[in-house]
Design a protein around this ligand. Structure first.
Ligand code: 7TS
Length: 419
């Protein structure tokens, strides 16, 4: 997805940037220095975000959209300002198209329930693929079961990309929804959203993009290419946990019924029936994660102060180095496509060492990675391995940390008497 307006306000210096993340400088309980390479699971928060959370809770904590007092007025203004920041960040046409959720998982479930169960019927098709996170598979399985729609999968190429030669055959007038991740959380694969969106719209289908991994690392523009739904999480975007976003095109959101029902989402409630509030409140039942949503606005300010050009340059340097050094390391197999088709995520295995043992031994050296199936069991079946080790970089990682990763692999192999 291409670039909305962006004006970075500071030159990028990784050592300077790291000072904004106090956790990166704290010794670990075992005395090791943290090498945090698990950003795909959750990223760290800069001081700007931590300070914002404290400011909200300590100085103007109140509920939003109810205020007839000064605190309530202030917090409502701040929350709506955060919504507008998110709107500009993804280039949505209006802030009412930005729905606060608890994260990517809830955003996708919202669409699967409120759009899928209302509009899908037997004979319709939902198109996904085997590299999706469980959050973009299981809700569609359940919706397919409930509606009689059929779930279909785009095949993958041998290097872990969507096989575009099947798009025309699979995306037909039966297709009502294409749900796809912009960046795989395991292979790092960058998927061809522009091509998929164009083809989906040609046949009258809608496209949902899972931006959990892409939004923190690449510019996102929901109008170029035009997409219908976008889901992402605050906590992978240097913001707080517990808050995420669903972007939906107004026309689609208007046509959907509410997902969760209760306070704040109604216009009028009578004994037998109710009417719904306008967007975005219609999809924001109950009390929002208020400080977290405002904190997400601060995280976006932070990202924009660096700019995606600098973020991408730093992460590409790290990815290039990892893709160069890992295959030269004895026993290592890496999965996924070549540099030009991926974001800054690399999953790998080390012969004769289980990924969980790797992660444990790495941890002794302070190197934090993820090991397991990463909530992508179908992808691991396709890879024909039960688990992988994964490193996922952020802009605050350094080239020295890639060296620390390679040293940690040698350490693990040494512990297993493989060298
Ligand atoms: N989609 C993708 C592509 C993801 O990577 C994740 C989380 C989710 C959806 C769900 O996000 P949540 O914020 O609602 O939990 N992925 C990972 C991961 O790779 N390791 O831990 C969480």
């Amino acid at each position: 997805m291409s670039t909305p307006l962006e004006t970075p306000s500071r030159p990028f210096d990784v050592h300077d940037v790291r000072r904004d993340f106090p956790i990166l400088a704290r010794p670990l309980p075992n005395g090791a220095t943290l090498v945090y390479l698990d950003n795909g699971a959750t990223s760290q928060k800069p001081l700007l975000v931590l300070d914002k959370l404290r400011e909200v809770e300590a100085t103007y904590n109140a509920n939003v959209h109810r205020g007839i007092h000064q605190l309530g007025d202030r917090v409502t203004v701040e929350l709506e300002a955060a919504r507008e920041k998110i709107q500009r960040f993804v280039n949505a046409a209006e802030s009412a198209e930005i729905i606060f959720t608890s994260g990517t998982t809830m955003s996708i479930n919202l669409v699967a329930f409120a759009w899928g169960r209302k509009f899908l019927k037997p004979g319709d098709e939902i198109l996904i693929n085997e590299m999706e996170h469980h959050a973009n598979i299981v809700p569609w399985q359940q919706t397919a079961k409930a509606t009689g729609a059929k779930l279909r999968y785009i095949p993958l190429t041998a290097d872990g990309r969507l096989d575009a030669s099947h798009f025309d055959r699979l995306i037909t007038t039966k297709t009502k929804l294409v749900a796809v991740t912009a960046m795989s959380n395991v292979l790092g694969t960058l998927n061809p959203i522009r091509e998929l969106a164009a083809r989906a719209h040609q046949v009258g289908a809608v496209i949902l993009v899972d931006g959990a991994q892409s939004v923190p690392h690449l510019p996102t523009d929901v109008r170029d290419p035009a997409i219908d739904f976008l889901a992402f999480s605050g906590h992978k975007l240097y913001g707080p946990t517990g808050v995420g976003v669903l972007y939906g095109r107004r026309e689609l959101l208007e046509a959907m019924d509410p997902f969760l029902c209760g306070g704040n989402m109604i216009n009028e409630v009578h004994l037998e029936s109710s009417t719904w509030a306008d967007l975005p409140s219609k999809f924001e039942a109950g009390t929002l994660p208020i400080a977290e949503a405002i904190g997400l606005g601060a995280a976006i300010d932070y990202v924009q102060s660096l700019g995606f050009a600098a973020i991408h340059a730093q992460e590409s340097k790290l990815l290039e180095k990892a893709l160069r050094l890992l295959p030269q390391t004895p026993g290592v197999t890496i999965y996924g496509p070549s540099f030009e088709h991926r974001g800054s995520i690399v999953s790998f295995t080390v012969e004769k060492v289980h990924p969980h043992d790797l992660a444990d031994l790495f941890d002794q050296k302070g190197v934090a990675i993820r090991a397991g199936h990463h909530c992508t069991m179908p992808l691991h079946d396709w890879l024909d391995v039960s688990a992988t080790a994964r490193v996922s970089f952020a802009f605050y990682n350094t080239e020295a940390e890639v060296d620390a990763l390679i040293d940690a692999i040698h350490y693990a192999r040494h512990k297993f008497r493989l060298e």
